[in-house]
Design a protein around this ligand. Sequence first.
Ligand code: GBH
Length: 471
Amino acid sequence: MSDLPVFPEGFVFGAATASYQIEGAAYDDGRGPSIWDTYSHTPGRTAGGDTGDVACDHYHRYAEDIGLLRGLGVDSYRFSIAWPRIQPTGQGSANQKGLDFYSRLVDELLEAGIEPAATLYHWDLPQALETPSNSGSAAGGGWRVRETAERFAEYTAIVAELLADRVPRWITLNEPWCSAFLGYSVGRHAPGAQEGTGALAAAHHLLVGHGLAVKALRAAGVREVGITLNPDFNVPATDSAADRAVALRADTQHNLVWTDPILAGRYPEAEQDTWGELITRQDFRRDGDLELIAQPLDFLGVNYYRPTLVADAPYRETDPAVRVATDNRYAERPWPDVRRNAMGWPVVPETFTQLLTGLKDRYGDALPPIHITENGTAEHDEVAADGAVHDTDRVTYLHDHLTALRAAMDAGVDVRGYYVWSLLDNFEWALGYAKRFGIIRVDYDTQERTPKDSYHWYRKLIAAHQGRPQS
Ligand code: GBH
């Protein structure tokens, strides 16, 4: 693996994590419950009944983890802020101890010479905004209701006031597709609902929340504002007209529902064909929303892991009254003849190039510079007799995807940075701790951290990029 891809000067190398996946300390210092506490504590929702109660105990071990980031040599660290640490019920005055934690984290990063990149929402919605307690005055309903977007803007303003002068890069939402469609249609993410129009309303209110948060961040004078999406690379299984139409429906549901409003100020053209009766009720959309949603961004965050092969299929549920929003007359087919990682995902690095050039083709000059805010893989890691983790498959994956990323840049896509997912093995949502994405192994019994071979490989790549000795 000597042919390391070479990146332009100033290109940002980083690593990423998210609050609920690593922090633990779920009951410490006044943190309120989030929808993920509720979901993970509901029997049958997560693999092995795993929860984020302890996770990587990063809340108490952040200094050690920053030491590992410093050893890695990254330019930037992407973390997320837990809204329920800042506002335990999702509204009202700030919880000082929550603010203090992120303030300390940011100060230690800066001291280590690492630029903080903060995500405001990586799925841990305060539970009180989903189902209000008797004493609370929140409306409830989570992202199905517009009020949640307004609460999100207030929370953003609180955090921005605290950190605007110390955090240069801000991400409003992480993967709103997951929040809206895994959360309110598939039901495999919190809050675990399976709805049609409710999920479409959630998608819209996430967009509105993004727009309001952009305003709040601009008002606080932050340097860079963006949003992180997880665009799918959908490939039709055959050349048939039917399968090409399917790919457009899959694109609409996964991608265009976000990128068309945010980058082009319009709702996707094929939304009627994609959602049929479910999108007929549009009273959650208001005049002026598109202008709010389409405010200029400094960057687009892209998370990319795998491509999807799609083929025409009938509705799974024929009755539109109970049909969910992700039932769009298509089915996924296995990608032939490629390696699969521990998630069962096909590893096809060249699709990373194609995804990025496709975005450029569609949006042209309206496409802002891109940061790859996540890319990585879960593998069947093993601890060797010498205590090391020789994660060769992960090294190959990262090498090949960085090479594919470089090819997209050569083809004219303006990419400014790359954050590996993830710094640490962590709570992989519904799949619990069994799936390991880290470049650092975490022993969940002892909380011991062991840098894997991929950590050392990435460290050398970064050192070579920065012109430092590579050993
Ligand atoms: C990203 O999600 C997330 O931003 C990050 O938090 C996550 O750890 C990472 O990628 C790796 O997955 O069995 O139905 O729960 C990407 C979307 C959402 C894909 C969860 C895998 C599990 C399928 N991921 N999903 S399910």
